[in-house]
Ligand binder design. Structure first.
Ligand SMILES: NC(=O)c1ccc[n+]([C@@H]2O[C@H](COP(=O)([O-])OP(=O)(O)OC[C@H]3O[C@@H](n4cnc5c(N)ncnc54)[C@H](OP(=O)(O)O)[C@@H]3O)[C@@H](O)[C@H]2O)c1
Length: 282
């Protein structure tokens, strides 16, 4: 169903990174159903082409693709340059990946393999497109961070830090860009149906091992879009919000970190050494 207020504020084009699967693909559907034209960004060209034709057929919007590797400077600058020909009013900074394992036990290159993708790329895109939005006096930027941003977590230390960067950058930009007519929201999803868990299996993470059920990607995307202009930070789903509430108000920060390190450690096929149930309760 078209949402003309939304497309007037954030249209006519939205740019979605990581649109070839999961939450990004769901964002593309939700935006197209709101009547926005969509620029789809990712590496897998065929997936983007299939999605683009689906969106035009199903929703009658225009869809363009930019094939780019956002873990490289060239890829990110290509997105900045190629998007100039479109009147973009909304940036969905969603592409991301996770590196699992004990920080000093995995190669440094692996521990930091997503740093460009998760930190520099979303910042550069928010900077480049944010300036355009400020000039036209309206627009929106959405960061797909993670609930992992809410506390330090062993076995995914660099991911927690990278998502923490997105959270703080987005929260800060929410205040800085408000008077320019640009809305900024940070989405903190919990476990969500997507391809990410199956890609993580190779890292020793056991899919489905977390004691939390998966949310549907389209539900998560819809909640995030509805929060734009309303909230600086949004946690989708009652159970995720309850978890975040407990972590913030009922546990100490250190206790919350220990709890999450314990949970993630359990889900990993790595020996549990330092983190025990006792430590969590301490
Ligand atoms: N699913 C969850 O439980 C969950 C929870 C919290 C946060 N998140 C966050 O949600 C976001 C979306 O992930 P997802 O769960 O939907 O996983 P996904 O299905 O694996 O989607 C990841 C997307 O990012 C793109 N991507 C990855 N590396 C890229 C690169 N180097 N250059 C360009 N695009 C790249 C992928 O496309 P290509 O492979 O085609 O490039 C894909 O479209 C991520 O930022 C993730 O950290 C997910």
């Amino acid at each position: 169903m078209k949402n003309s207020a939304f497309s007037q504020k954030y249209g006519p084009w939205a740019l979605v990174t990581g649109a070839s699967s999961g939450i990004g693909e769901a964002f593309a559907h939700e935006l197209a159903s709101d009547g926005l034209n969509v620029i789809l960004v990712a590496r897998r060209r065929q997936k983007l082409e299939n999605l683009a034709s689906q969106l035009t057929q199903k929703y009658g919007v225009e869809a363009a693709i930019i094939e780019a590797d956002l873990s490289t400077e060239n890829g990110v600058e290509k997105v900045i340059d190629d998007s100039k020909t479109f009147d973009v009013g909304l940036l969905i900074n969603n592409a991301g990946f996770i590196s699992m394992g004990k920080f000093i036990e995995i190669p440094f290159e692996k521990a930091t393999s997503n740093t460009y993708l998760n930190i520099v790329a979303p910042a550069r895109l928010a900077h480049g497109l944010g300036r355009r939005f400020a000039e036209r006096g309206r627009g929106g930027i959405l960061f797909t961070s993670s609930m992992a941003a809410l506390q330090g977590t062993g076995y995914m230390s660099t991911y927690a830090a990278e998502k923490g960067y997105q959270l703080l950058l987005g929260e800060s930009l929410n205040l800085e860009l408000k008077d320019k007519g640009v809305d900024v929201t940070v989405l903190l999803p919990g476990q969500t149906e997507s391809e990410i868990a199956s890609k993580m299996v190779v890292d020793g993470f056991v899919e489905g091992a977390l004691p939390i059920s998966n949310m549907k990607a389209e539900t998560v995307a819809r909640i995030a879009l509805d929060a734009l202009g309303q909230k600086a930070v949004v946690v989708p789903g009652f159970l995720n919000r309850l978890t975040a509430f407990i972590g913030k108000h009922l546990l100490s920060r250190a206790g919350n970190s220990k709890l999450w390190t314990f949970i993630i450690g359990k889900a990993m096929s790595v020996p549990q050494t330092k983190v025990s149930e006792e430590a969590v309760l301490a």
